[in-house]
Design a protein around this ligand. Structure first.
Ligand code: PLP
Length: 327
C-alpha cells in the first residue's frame, strides 16, 4: 500500500486528522510528485518537449519574431518550420474572408451541428471539397488528425471483417484510426507495391479491404506510387484511403493534391486533407462517396469534430468566382 503511494504517505505523515489520507490535496500532491518524476526521467532521456516562442507577422513571411522567456525581448528570425507552405495564412483574401464571416456570423459555431444547425459557410466548403477531389461528398472536422482517426475507425468498424493494409510510414492519425477500427492490420514496406501485392494475394478475397497511405510523406519528402497502389488495390478488390495532407493546396491544377496532378483522384475511394498546411488556416476533412461520408457523419464517435461541441469555428469560404482567388 505504502509502496504504491509513497508520496501520499510522506505528505500525510505527522498529520493528526484520521481522514487526512483521503483529502483531495493529498491525492494531488501524490499525483504531482509522480508526474514530476516522469518529467525528470524524460529530461534525462533527452526527450523533454519545449516550444519555441515564435510569432509570425503578417506581411513578413517567412520571417518571424523569436521571443525570449520573458516574452519581452524579441529577435527577427527566418522560420522554415511552418507547414503554411504558401503563406496562405497571411493572404489578404483569406484574412478578408475570415473577417467578413467573423463580422457577420460571429466567432463561434454556437454548438454542435446536430443541435445548433450548420452554417452555409460549412455547407459550401464541403461541396467545394467534394468537387476538388471529384467525390460525391465532403465532411469537415476540427483537424485532419480527427478526420483520419474518425473516418478509418468508423469505416473499419462498419465493414464486417474488414482488413487494413497500411504503409509502414503512415502518420499517427491514420494509425490511431486503424487501432480504433479493431480491424486486422497488415503493414506493407514503405511505398513497396510488390510487398502490398504479396500481402493482398494472401488475403481472403471475400472480406472487405482498405489500403491506407499518404501521397507526400513529410518526414522523408517522398511521394507514393499512387497509380501503382490503385492498380494493386483494384486487382484485389480493395478500397483506398489516401491522406493528401501535405499536398492539398500545392499540387494539381486546382490544388487537389498529387492524385489530382496525376489525373487519378477518381481512383481513390476516400481522400483526407487539412486546411492547416497549404491552405494556411485550420481544420481537416474527408471526401468520398455519399455513402462513405454519410456513414462517418452518422456513426463516428461523438467526440469527433463535426458533431462535438467544439466545432470548427466559422470557416471562411472564398467564392470560387472571385477573380483573385488563385492569385
Ligand atoms: C500526414 C498527416 N496527416 C494528418 C495530419 C494531421 O493534420 P492536422 O494538422 O489538420 O491535424 C498531419 C499533421 O501533421 C500529417 O502530417
Amino acid at each position: 500500500m505504502y509502496a504504491a503511494y509513497p508520496y501520499r504517505y510522506m505528505v500525510t505523515m505527522g498529520r493528526s486528522t484520521r481522514h487526512s489520507s483521503t483529502r483531495p490535496w493529498n491525492a494531488l500532491a501524490s499525483a504531482n510528485a509522480r508526474l514530476n518524476d516522469r518529467i525528470v526521467r524524460l529530461k534525462r532521456e533527452g526527450l523533454y518537449r519545449t516550444f519555441v516562442r515564435l510569432e509570425r507577422r503578417v506581411g513578413l513571411y517567412p520571417t518571424a519574431w523569436l521571443y525570449e522567456a520573458d516574452l519581452r525581448n524579441t529577435e527577427e528570425v527566418v522560420s522554415f518550420c511552418s507547414n503554411d507552405y504558401l503563406s496562405m495564412g497571411q493572404h489578404p483574401l483569406v484574412l478578408e474572408a475570415m473577417q467578413t464571416v467573423l463580422r457577420d456570423s460571429g466567432a463561434g459555431a454556437g454548438g454542435t451541428r446536430s443541435i445548433s444547425g450548420t452554417t452555409p459557410h460549412h455547407t459550401r466548403l464541403e461541396t467545394e471539397i467534394a468537387d476538388l477531389h471529384t467525390k460525391e461528398a465532403g465532411l469537415l472536422f476540427t483537424s485532419c488528425f480527427v478526420a483520419n482517426d474518425s473516418s478509418i475507425g468508423t469505416l473499419g468498424k462498419l465493414l464486417p471483417g474488414c482488413e487494413i493494409y497500411s504503409d509502414a510510414n503512415n502518420h499517427a492519425s491514420l494509425i490511431s484510426g486503424m487501432k480504433r477500427s479493431g480491424c486486422v492490420t497488415h503493414i506493407f514496406r514503405h511505398n513497396d507495391v510488390v510487398h502490398l501485392d504479396a500481402l493482398l494475394s494472401a488475403s481472403d478475397r471475400t472480406v472487405p479491404k482498405l489500403v491506407v497511405f499518404e501521397s507526400i510523406y513529410s518526414m522523408d519528402g517522398d511521394i507514393a506510387p499512387i497509380g501503382d497502389i490503385c492498380d494493386v488495390a483494384d486487382k484485389h478488390g480493395a478500397l483506398t484511403f489516401l491522406d493528401e495532407v501535405h499536398a492539398v493546396g500545392l499540387y494539381g491544377p486546382t490544388g487537389g493534391g498529387v492524385a489530382q496532378e496525376r489525373g487519378i483522384d477518381h481512383r481513390i475511394s476516400m481522400i483526407s486533407g487539412t486546411l492547416a498546411k497549404g491552405y494556411g488556416v485550420f481544420g481537416g476533412y474527408i471526401a468520398g462517396s455519399a455513402a462513405m461520408v454519410d456513414v462517418v457523419r452518422s456513426f463516428a464517435p461523438k467526440r469527433t469534430g463535426h458533431i462535438s461541441g467544439v466545432r470548427e469555428p466559422q470557416l471562411s469560404y472564398i467564392d470560387p468566382g472571385s477573380p483573385s482567388r488563385w492569385e
